[in-house]
Design a protein around this ligand. Structure first.
Ligand code: ZN
Length: 112
């Protein structure tokens, strides 16, 4: 999972896990480990939304309870928070989830 969070191959920790922003490699370029069949599916958006959602709820509560809430402050704080943070954490989160699937030897490959 730690190697996955660093966007590295969960087996060797050296090869890259992704070829694009979120597209994972079929095989590790360093050790050849098969990684393309590990599919995190809808767990990825669920995990990201749960993490970011909790942060946003606490920020909103804090602003409301301390009477700092105004539409402009909402716009200035919450819009970047709800766009930039998910984009920043989605790669390591996917890497970590792939690491967990790899470690648990989960395969949800479809029969063809
Ligand atoms: Zn590897």
């Amino acid at each position: 999972m730690r190697n996955g969070l660093l966007c590295r191959c969960p087996r060797c920790g050296k090869g890259d896990l992704f070829v694009g922003f979120l597209r994972q490699v079929e095989n590790c370029s360093n050790c050849g480990e098969r990684l393309g069949h590990l599919n995190v599916g809808l767990l990825l958006p669920f995990a990201v939304i749960m993490m970011v959602g909790h942060v946003i709820i606490f920020v909103m509560l804090d602003m409301e309870l301390n009477e700092r809430a105004s539409p402009l402050i909402y716009l200035a704080v919450l819009v970047p928070l709800s766009v930039v943070v998910p984009l920043a954490i989605i790669r390591p989160v996917k890497g970590g989830l792939i690491g967990v699937l790899w470690a648990r030897k989960v395969s949800n490959e479809l029969e063809r």
